[in-house]
Design a protein around this ligand. Structure first.
Ligand SMILES: [Zn+2]
Length: 339
């Protein structure tokens, strides 16, 4: 069958279920919103700085009520301290405002990312300004920090930032490396324990089937990034929840400037629903567990997002709005005519 053949070629690692399941999976892809009516989601890792207002609107429409934006690497190396300052300021300022204009509560974590820890002269300067941001309102952790290439410089600044987190009594959001993941993950956890940080205060991110057992067994939180083509597909995620249950597991999109999907959390919830995961477990891994972990910062008040948030797009931030000249607040995205 020619038709089937071309489909397999397009999706070499795609869904391997019965014919019936396959049909349902396609239905989910097309109508995932039908499966998640009345659900709400918390995406604990998403880089909205790199995304558009369309993404904010789509998140709101899918039921995402709150997000955490970790400080990270912007795709090219920064050349000076000032750009770090402006970036951190936007995470607690403009980006939070932009999010509020779509009814989404925005939190962030602040840290020196592992990649740029390797520029030591600059890293030293960044370390000096981190405390100025870590104590600001809405900062729910130190992150994302950890290992990339697993260099000595990365280890040095990871350790240093663990101490900052301990001092500020903030959770730690740990980025685990893509290469040598297992080793990097074990090392990240061992070092955190060495610094006297309780595993319950540490969210180990970008897990997969290889790392999840050890992370959970040692008492850490296990976050999973649903990222097209690389980290984890959401069919694998469903299997992990079936196997390990929902305790201390959370799902995120880590959507950024690369090929990624800001709706990954909502879509995975839909797939879980279709695959028979209980509503309780879906809620835990797409909402509650992330809140419980990061609320240890003392910065999350669920009343801010649990009931419908009032949206006022006529508000301004330092005199600036998300509206462009003459635009009316709250455009109806479903209207075909764009005025
Ligand atoms: Zn990230």
């Amino acid at each position: 069958m020619c038709n089937k053949h071309s489909e397999i070629q397009q999706n070499p690692s795609h869904f391997e279920g019965s014919a019936e399941e396959k049909v349902t999976a396609q239905h989910v892809q097309a109508n995932f919103m039908d499966y998640i009516k009345d659900m709400k989601f918390f995406d604990p890792h998403i880089h909205m700085t790199s995304r558009t207002t369309d993404d904010y609107q789509a998140l709101a429409d899918a039921g995402v009520v709150a997000i955490i934006e970790p400080a990270f690497w912007l795709g090219q190396p920064r050349t000076g301290l000032a750009t770090f300052k402006d970036y951190f300021s936007s995470l607690v300022g403009w980006e939070r405002f932009r999010s509020s204009q779509f009814g989404i509560k925005h939190y962030c974590t602040i840290g020196l990312n592992s990649r740029e820890a390797n520029n030591e002269p600059l890293a030293e300067q960044v370390m000096e300004i981190l405390p100025l941001y870590l104590y600001k309102e809405g900062v729910v952790g130190v992150g994302e920090i950890g290992f990339d290439d697993q260099t000595p410089a990365e280890e040095k600044y990871y350790r240093w930032q663990l101490d900052l987190a301990k001092e500020a009594n903030l959770p730690v959001q740990v980025h685990t490396p893509h290469r040598d993941k297992r080793k990097g993950t074990e090392r990240s956890m061992a070092i955190a324990l060495e610094h006297g940080i309780a595993p319950n205060m540490v969210i180990i991110d970008h897990n997969n089937e290889e790392t999840v057992k050890s992370v959970l067994d040692q008492g850490f939180h296990a976050a999973f990034t649903i990222y097209p083509f690389t980290k984890m597909g959401n069919e694998r995620m469903v299997e992990i929840v079936k196997q390990y249950g929902s305790e201390r597991i959370m799902i995120n999109s880590a959507a950024d400037w690369g090929i990624s999907d800001p709706l990954a959390v909502a879509k995975t919830a839909a797939l879980m629903k279709m695959k028979g995961i209980s509503d309780h477990d879906i809620k835990m891994v797409t909402y509650q567990n992330a809140i419980d972990a990061f609320a240890q910062s003392g910065q999350i008040n669920v009343e801010d997002f649990e009931n419908n948030t009032v949206i006022d797009q006529s508000k301004t931030f330092n005199g600036n709005t998300i509206l462009r000249g003459g635009q009316q607040p709250r455009i109806d995205k479903n209207a075909i005519v764009i005025r």
